[in-house]
Design a protein around this ligand. Structure first.
Ligand code: AMP
Ligand code: GLY
Length: 436
């Protein structure tokens, strides 16, 4: 089966990732109408904003039926982990509408660290050694920390904890105390179970895979910058910038990623009969030339999507069709060799407390390409009857540029950022510099 030649698409989410998806989907000749739930002040340039919560499945059902939606694309992990795909499949009225994303069971690859580690062990995917601890075997967990691993100690909440559930500690006593605190609910129910991991030292790279559950396409890889401060200092954030391609991800390295990680992962999905028609985001550590998996996510990355999609030249609705109708091996993925750099502008104080509602000036129009850069909106909203765009979150904009090199693309993004202003605006000035 194929999608109709032109389609109505519903995209779920409202961050920079979804603005990038909306921008890319809108370029497709196969698009009839795009809706984004909830979207932001940038996505409205490409699709109609819909006031439906992506977690409210009955409301989504009503919306897709009323608006003749042919395809649903899920941006963030939460609706997937909550079973949006299964909700569609289990309802005779909407089961024919394909969803780009994995089933609830398959989404546990992101939703449960223990599930992901056990999956990797079953399929021989290289990853750090680990041990699972609950309140029942806390003493064994402390013993494992003391005798089986060396500092730094890596503790991970099993469940989703908004990107905050990983602690890396240098001191054994402190690690044991934190283990106890996590089990006692430091990250709510997400840390009722904790995965202790061996520390992997190396440099991280994110690899993105589109799969129909049988075949796959490897999309451009990216490196993101998680710490708030320059030189990778300060608190962890949702991402302060990203670069693609990644110079150390050479052909030889990517071939190892393909044979040692992507192949066994997709084979594992197939052998276990998991319903996976979507994107796999594999967080990797390059350990002296050998890739090791740090984590799976069941969606695209943010802000990595803002550098990955601008490098893809082929039609995205064609790619979605390959994913949902299991014809991915018939599709061709074209990628520009150009370098993309995105720099994230955040609210002052982020990732701690910050104020919202600051007027953003210098955006030539909502949503915008100014010719040199792509200004993807994340936490933005309209104010004053639509006359102004204001900040509405910690991460506000992701400014992407293409260029022949990292310095060229980065310089373009910084120049564009120089024309944008809001009170408390902050960005890292060193995105990509470590790769030169
Ligand atoms: P995760 O949520 O599993 O991606 O972990 C968040 C971040 O913690 C990763 O992006 C890494 O920077 C770091 N991290 C996680 N696991 C390890 C590990 N085993 N060794 C070293 N760093 C890690
Ligand atoms: N940039 C990391 C993530 O999307 O999880």
């Amino acid at each position: 089966m194929k999608l109709p030649q032109t389609v109505n698409v519903l995209l779920l989410g409202g961050g920079g990732r979804e603005h990038a998806f909306a921008w890319k989907i809108a370029q497709s000749l196969r698009l009839e109408k795009l809706y984004v739930a909830p979207g932001n002040a940038g996505t409205v340039a490409y699709g109609i904003g819909v006031d439906v919560d992506p977690g409210n499945f009955p409301a989504l059902k009503q919306f897709v039926l009323n608006n003749y939606i042919n395809l649903v694309v899920v941006g963030p992990e939460q609706p997937l982990v909550d079973g949006v795909k299964d909700y569609f499949l289990n309802d005779p009225e909407i089961r024919h509408i394909p969803v780009v994303g994995p089933s609830q069971e398959a989404a546990r690859l992101e939703g449960s660290k223990e599930y992901a580690k056990a999956f990797m062990a079953r399929h021989g995917v290289p990853t750090a050694a680990y041990f699972v601890v609950t309140a029942e075997n806390l003493e064994e967990g402390c013993e494992f920390l003391a005798t089986k691993v060396r500092a730094p100690y890596v503790l991970k909440a099993d469940g989703l904890a908004a990107g905050k559930g990983v602690l890396i500690l240098n001191d054994l006593a402190q690690a044991q105390a934190e283990l106890r605190a996590m089990l006692e609910g430091k990250f709510g129910t997400a840390s009722k179970k904790v995965v202790i991991e061996e520390f992997l030292s190396g440099i991280e790279v994110s690899v993105f895979v589109a799969t129909d559950g049988v075949s796959y396409k490897i999309l451009p890889e990216a490196k993101d910058y998680k710490r708030v401060g320059e030189g990778d200092t300060g608190l962890n954030t949702g991402g302060m910038g990203a670069v693609s391609p990644v110079p150390f991800a050479t052909e030889e390295f990517m071939e190892k990623v393909r044979t040692r990680i992507v192949e066994p992962t997709v084979r594992g999905i197939r052998e276990e009969g998991l319903d996976y028609t979507g994107f796999i985001f594999i967080g990797l550590m390059n350990c002296g030339g050998d890739p090791m998996v740090v984590e799976y996510n069941v969606r695209m990355g943010d802000p990595e999507t803002e550098v990955v999609l601008p490098r893809i030249q082929s039609d995205i609705i064609d790619l979605f069709e390959g994913i949902v109708h299991k014809t991915l091996d018939e599709k061709v993925l074209e990628v520009t060799p150009q370098t993309a750099v995105t720099v994230v502008c955040v609210s002052g104080g982020y990732p701690g407390d910050y104020e919202k509602g600051k007027v953003i000036s210098g955006l030539s129009s909502a949503g915008v390409e100014d010719g040199r850069s792509l200004v993807f909106h994340a936490g933005t909203a309209f104010a004053n009857g639509g006359r102004e765009i204001v900040t509405a979150g910690g991460r506000v904009l992701a400014v992407t540029s293409l260029g022949a090199s990292i310095p060229e693309a980065a310089a373009r993004s910084y120049e564009t950022i120089g024309r944008i202003e809001y009170e408390g605006m902050y960005c890292r000035r060193d995105i990509g510099r470590d790769l030169l």
